[in-house]
Design a protein. Structure first.
Length: 644
């Protein structure tokens, strides 16, 4: 039976190789549909609440369970789940609003097979079935209620789930219906599914033949305008650095001037911005790279190309052709946010996640290109925003394959929103649901120890430049068994052993203490237990649950000050000021457990010690571990010090 299963798997892989060109042909047509649908409004503010449901394993084989249930108006944007068997072992049911009958039901594989045939002006890419997972991009708007149920027959691995949704007061109308016939399942567009797209304006085109050498080449475009497309052709494209600055206060007027003393909103190597990706946002065809993301500006844009000096001969000249299409005086230009793209890399220590993006301000995140993270069962996406505002939230994926919409490290099939050409190069662009933030935004990626991940973050922001914040530095100890949660308090001796799960069985190590600095008010402890182990592939990436961690920080203030503690968590949490318990929370919503609460108290003149005890249990965000803590008072910078 094992050999038969292997042979079947090989046959399916060969079949997918034959089918892939057909899917990619459809995909290329879907790219333009996605641009037409999303890109005109992409720079404009977003006013919904993003949500994510990540679960594993669920449900148990032979049982029917509710994966997600929401009692607010909104829209399901994407459903991804594993399907490791070649058979129809999983069935789905989706109920919405007051309809007692499911609006969608049947084998998950059949649903995906039907969805991948759907491509309209309102649904550019319905989904795809890659042999081991199901990806659905069917928008499912609901007026006040939705429930997704599943049943598994057999013993597949998992199943894993990641469901992206947004909560908003006026969701769109119903867009499709299911028809089961002799030819199998079909998904038929209805209602507003075939939207009439507004006529595109005539764009201005600027073509420059450049000879890039040791200095940068600058191009200036006057506004107001929106750059709609940048094409760069060169046999040396992977050695080019692209920089763009919009409406810089310092001004720039001479294309020949060496401009390096300004803040660039885009500062990325094209090797990582475009790579070999084929999505709605970026596209690579041979020696040509194209960026489709719209880039608005009010007064003037500077586009700069230069080479990495350590990769070329100092006096050599390299030919480059750059073509820029831009829309002059576009509608709503005064409301649009600035386009940003920034590169980041670091050597991972395994227990603190790789920081891809960390900014303050107002805007929305639209994606990431990720490289060289090795096998991503080491972690996944951790997103945090607005720790000090009522819009605060946290979104956590599972093991990264869910984020990039494949499973078991498969590659090859791209979509308008994602592409995985190789194991070491992947992209995910949230053009169908950008993630809004109003105060701050952080994107972390879990990675194993000793690897050097690289990333390009892509986002829009109201301000040209992001600010900085004064962050709390914590002493971290744990994780301990969950049973210690109630007994841990300042002045009491901590447990002597930490509970670690480096592989299948739990192990205990002597507890140690280390320091970690918050990120925009969030302390991410998701992989803290790896502090005790040299975690490298192929070690599993599961996260400890039924544990608790202690975090302590110290603050000096010049005088007594009334202070509001803004605290966020998705698990039981206790907060002490000195030896006094000032706040705690033990109950959370089922579908989106991250919730805030506030505590009004007083910081005393001199040194103040804050101790946080936070648990970690399994929920619909797949066991994220951490919390947020922001202090709100009237103290000036020279009256309060966060001690590091």
């Amino acid at each position: 039976m094992r050999n038969l299963k292997v042979n079947v798997g090989i046959a399916i892989s060969v079949l997918l190789m034959l089918v892939a060109p057909l899917l990619n042909a459809q995909n290329n047509a879907s790219m333009q549909l996605a641009r037409d649908l999303y890109f005109d409004d992409l720079p404009l503010p977003k006013e919904y609440t993003p949500g994510k449901c990540t679960r594993y394993p669920f449900p148990k084989p032979g049982e029917k369970g509710t994966v997600l249930e929401l009692n607010e108006p909104g829209e399901i944007v994407r459903i991804w789940t594993t399907n490791s068997h070649e058979l129809d072992v999983m069935k789905l049911w989706i109920y919405m609003d007051d309809n007692p009958e499911p609006v969608l039901s049947g084998p998950a594989r059949a649903v995906a097979a039907a969805a991948q045939k759907l491509s309209t002006s309102a649904v550019p890419w319905g989904g795809f079935l890659d042999g081991y997972s199901v990806s659905l991009y069917l928008p499912i708007p609901f007026q006040h209620y939705i429930r997704i149920e599943a049943e598994v027959d057999g013993e597949p691995d998992g199943p894993y789930w990641q469901i992206d949704y947004k909560l908003e007061s006026n969701p769109d109308k119903f867009l499709w219906k299911q028809v089961n016939g002799s030819d199998g399942m079909q998904i038929i567009p209805t209602g507003t599914a075939n939207k009439t797209m507004k006529e595109k304006p005539v764009y201005r085109r600027l073509v420059k033949e450049l000879s890039v050498s040791r200095g940068p080449e600058n191009i200036i475009i006057d506004g107001p305008a929106v750059i709609r497309r940048i094409s760069i052709k060169s046999g040396y494209i992977d050695k080019l650095l692209l920089r763009l600055a919009f409406d810089d206060e310092g001004g720039f007027s001479d294309e020949k001037k060496f401009v390096d003393n300004m803040d660039f909103q885009v500062n990325v190597p094209l090797k990582y911005m475009i790579n070999q990706f084929n999505t709605a946002g970026v596209q690579r065809i041979g020696n040509e790279g194209v960026i489709w993301f719209p880039m608005p500006f009010q007064k003037r844009a500077l586009i700069q190309l230069q080479y990495f000096m350590d990769e070329i001969e100092f006096l050599s000249k390299y030919p480059v052709t750059i073509t820029i299409d831009y829309e002059e005086e576009p509608e709503n230009i005064e409301k649009m946010y600035y386009f940003h793209a920034a590169a980041q890399t670091e050597v991972s220590n395994g227990y603190e996640d790789f920081e891809v993006l960390n900014v303050r301000g107002e805007g929305h995140f639209v994606g990431v290109n990720l490289f060289d993270t090795n096998h991503d069962h080491g972690g996944g996406d951790n997103i945090f925003f607005d720790a000090g505002a009522p819009t605060a939230g946290q979104l956590h994926g599972i093991c990264a394959e869910d984020y990039f919409h494949h499973a078991y490290m498969r590659i090859g099939v791209s979509a308008p929103y994602t592409d995985c050409p190789t194991h070491s190069a992947r992209s995910r662009h949230h053009i169908e649901m950008p993630i809004p933030f109003y105060e701050s935004f952080t994107f972390n990626w879990g990675s194993f120890k000793g690897v050097m991940p690289k990333a390009v973050a892509i986002w829009y922001q109201k301000e040209q430049n992001s600010g900085t914040s004064n962050e709390l530095a914590y002493e971290i100890t744990g994780p301990f068994r969950l049973g210690h949660f109630d007994e841990i308090a300042p002045g009491k001796e901590l447990p002597s052993t930490a509970l670690i799960k480096p592989s299948i069985s739990f192990r205990e190590f002597p507890a140690v203490t280390w320091q970690s600095v918050a990120q925009n008010g969030f302390l991410d402890l998701c992989h803290a237990s790896r502090k005790y182990t040299h975690t490298i592939p192929p070690t599993g990436g599961s996260i400890n649950t039924n544990t608790c961690i202690v975090a302590t920080t110290h603050i000096w203030v010049a005088h007594d000050a009334e202070t509001q503690f803004i605290i966020g968590s998705d698990d039981p949490i206790k907060v002490f000021l000195g030896n006094k318990l000032i706040g705690e929370k033990t109950e959370f919503k089922a579908y989106d457990p991250f919730e805030q609460f506030t505590v009004n108290t007083k910081l005393k003149k001199g040194m103040n010690t804050i101790t946080v005890v936070v648990a970690n249990t399994r929920s619909t965000n797949w066991s994220w571990n951490g919390f947020s803590l922001v202090l709100n008072n009237d103290l000036s910078d020279n009256q309060i010090y966060y001690l590091h």
